[in-house]
Design a protein around this ligand. Structure first.
Ligand SMILES: C[S@@+](CC[C@H](N)C(=O)[O-])C[C@H]1O[C@@H](n2cnc3c(N)ncnc32)[C@H](O)[C@@H]1O
Length: 483
């Protein structure tokens, strides 16, 4: 049972729209959330995923605002986060209302104000549910800069980006307030899923409203104002900014959007989300924002606003100096050919065209092409993905490259399909005896890819009688569901 501070109830009762009932609001806060997931279409089609999971007894109910999103029911003993399909990035466990902001960002809402969103910023990204959703909506094209302020959470963000097979990110680790200064008017689209009071999360965290205080709300609103202004400055004229939170108080929601409009009255237009999906009007405010109270769609509480920047606005700070000491250099044509041939000959993978091969010491990386415009503008933590290390005799592919390039495998000659038990063994870091793999030749064959559901799990070395496990240590699991 959720513990709700009485001060919160008084505060929020004054803000609840007239057509909603306070008792229903409180009852919804006490009800556990329905489980929901988003299928990762970068790796598997919706139909194929459903087919795979029907065999585990899953049932799917569509989420109206996200075609890849479903409420799921499954056997009580199952833990979706511990199944092979989750580890291999076929889906993301994501609350239904949290799928709204990326949908709102990429939907043109019938306004004819369509724009090509090639360069996108996610200001507050970790753990990465919306970053990976944005990447899927961008179909792994363009450039997605994903920022996170907390260093421990940057690691989780990176792990999720890797797991989901996202290729086109550059990760940064800054206070989001810096983007307006460093990357002024650089982005076609920006998501600011702001740090917030989390009032809407009470259905999964029964203590979320226990110690609620108005002072905390007003404090965080100051940060949110700075973040939205920074994001707005970083947006190109004509671009779209989605501001979202998982909280309900107007101070952190409507008032933040009105603040940015007051700052830039000539350049801010609110795009109405009334037609984002059938039924959206039930949550729509007079400004066109979605204020999702938990009882409306039986979800977490959420707030989503879409802001169009209709004109350029002046910089607030002068352009910072170029950063020196960028540690990567472009590969020359001979180096690019060498690493491309290695991937082709070893794994039948042809490296994709819209990327640049970059080198740092003995490491080869693949950067999204558009990243070249950002070199020297600020410091980046992790750009694109690491392809291979240079060894004494040639290259050694990185696990992350095999996962990220899975859709560039041209034929299955170097891929060994495992059964579920073998996939589990592999993910637990164990070698696999070759005589247990159907139809596998026992002649040693060097590096090969192992897959499950025909999606790569990683690399093994085929030594003849066993497949030596090359899964990176940090990815080895100690608990995986066996069904
Ligand atoms: C609501 S969560 C983001 C959830 C994420 N967008 C997702 O969908 O998985 C807000 C994030 O903002 C980060 N954060 C807090 N202060 C920040 C700041 N000043 N600049 C950027 N990020 C910040 C928090 O660490 C937290 O990870």
């Amino acid at each position: 049972m959720a513990q709700i501070n009485p001060d919160y109830l008084t505060h929020i009762a004054a803000e609840l729209p007239k057509h909603l009932d306070m008792e229903e609001f409180v009852a919804a806060c006490h009800r556990p959330l329905r489980k929901s997931i988003r299928i990762n279409t970068l790796k598997i089609s919706i139909a194929d995923f459903k087919q795979v999971m029907y065999s585990k007894g899953w049932e799917f109910e569509p989420i109206p605002w996200c075609k890849e999103g479903f409420w799921i029911t499954h056997n009580e003993n199952q833990q979706p986060g511990n199944c092979v399909e989750h580890i291999q990035g076929l889906f993301y466990i994501q609350e239904a209302s949290s799928m709204l902001p990326p949908e709102a960002l990429f939907n043109d809402l019938g306004t004819n104000e369509t724009y090509q969103a090639d360069i996108v910023l996610d200001v507050a990204s970790a753990p990465g549910s919306k970053t990976t959703q944005l990447a899927a909506l961008m179909n792994n094209q363009g450039l997605l800069i994903a920022n996170e302020y907390s260093s421990s959470r940057v690691k989780i963000l990176h792990a999720n980006v890797q797991r989901m097979g996202v290729r086109q990110t550059a990760l940064t680790h800054f206070d989001g307030k810096v983007f307006g200064e460093y990357l002024y008017e650089k982005f076609d689209a920006i998501l600011l899923d702001a740090p917030c009071g989390g009032e809407g999360t009470v259905r999964k965290d029964v203590n979320a409203l226990k110690n609620w205080q108005l002072d905390d709300v007003t404090d965080i609103a100051e940060t949110q104002k700075q973040l939205i202004e920074s994001a707005f400055l970083a947006l190109k004229p004509g671009g779209a900014l989605v501001y979202s939170t998982c909280t309900l108080s107007q101070i952190e929601n409507q008032q933040i959007c009105h603040y940015i409009q007051q700052q830039y009255p000539e350049a801010v237009k609110f795009a109405s989300l009334n037609n984002l999906f059938a039924g959206a009007e039930q949550a729509c405010t007079e400004e066109g924002f979605l204020h999702v109270w938990p009882q409306i769609f039986d979800s977490e509480g959420f707030f989503v606003a879409k802001i169009i920047k209709t004109a350029s606005v002046p910089r607030l700070k002068k352009c910072p100096k170029q950063q020196r000491n960028f540690p990567f250099v472009s590969a020359n044509p001979t180096q690019t050919i060498a690493v491309s041939e290695y991937f082709c000959q070893s794994f039948n993978i042809s490296l994709p065209k819209q990327y640049n091969v970059m080198i740092r010491d003995d490491e080869y990386w693949l950067f999204p092409e558009q990243f070249s415009h950002f070199i020297g503008l600020m410091r980046f933590q992790r750009i694109g993905f690491k392809l291979a290390d240079v060894m004494k005799k040639g290259f050694k592919a990185k696990h992350e490259a095999i996962i990220a390039l899975s859709d560039f495998i041209e034929n299955q000659d170097s891929v060994i399909e495992l059964n579920r038990q073998q996939a589990i063994e592999f993910l637990m870091g164990r070698d696999i005896p070759t005589n247990e793999v159907n139809g596998l030749d026992i002649t040693p064959a060097g590096e090969m890819i192992v897959s499950f559901h025909h999606k790569p799990l990683g690399v093994v070395k085929h030594l003849g009688h066993r497949l030596k496990n090359n899964l990176p240590r940090e990815l080895v699991k100690d608990k995986i569901e066996s069904v």
